[in-house]
Design a protein around this ligand. Structure first.
Ligand SMILES: [Cu+2]
Length: 139
């Protein structure tokens, strides 16, 4: 009787731990991102494309997937060197707006505390220079 009582207590304790323990322990996830010029006035062969669409840039990768609670470190290179080719990494859902000067590498770091899908973009080249941060719920 005493033994079964302690087993029941152990089962209840284990169930409680399982209910609160994250499915995936929080880790630091580092991503090396780069800007890419899909259509640029710096490329003379793309004159027609620039005339039709303007300059078009992107982020590679454009989708970042982490678990809730992870520390996220983004090293972002702006590969463009032209005079007006600054970019931003703007992630409103996490209050981030980082300037990316030409030919620079900037680091953005934060803890992904909120689960959900959070769009990011460049302020100068939105909506086409954009992507999504996907934070998977961790329970
Ligand atoms: Cu941009």
């Amino acid at each position: 009787m005493h033994k079964s009582h302690s087993i029941a207590a152990a089962v209840a304790l284990a169930a409680g731990l399982l209910a609160t323990a994250p499915a995936f322990p929080a880790v630091t996830r580092t991503f090396n991102m780069q800007t890419v010029a899909w259509v640029s006035k710096d490329n003379p062969a793309q004159r027609r494309e620039v005339a039709k669409f303007g300059e078009v840039y992107g982020f590679v990768p454009a989708t970042i997937v982490v678990h809730q609670g992870d520390r996220v470190v983004l090293h972002i290179r702006n590969l463009e060197g032209g005079g007006d080719d600054g970019h931003t990494f703007t992630l409103p859902g996490y209050g981030i707006n980082k300037s990316l000067p030409p030919l620079s590498t900037e680091t953005v770091a934060f803890t992904a505390g909120k689960a959900g899908v959070f769009p990011f973009h460049c302020e100068f080249h939105k909506p086409w220079m954009s992507g999504e941060l996907v934070v998977l719920p961790n329970r």
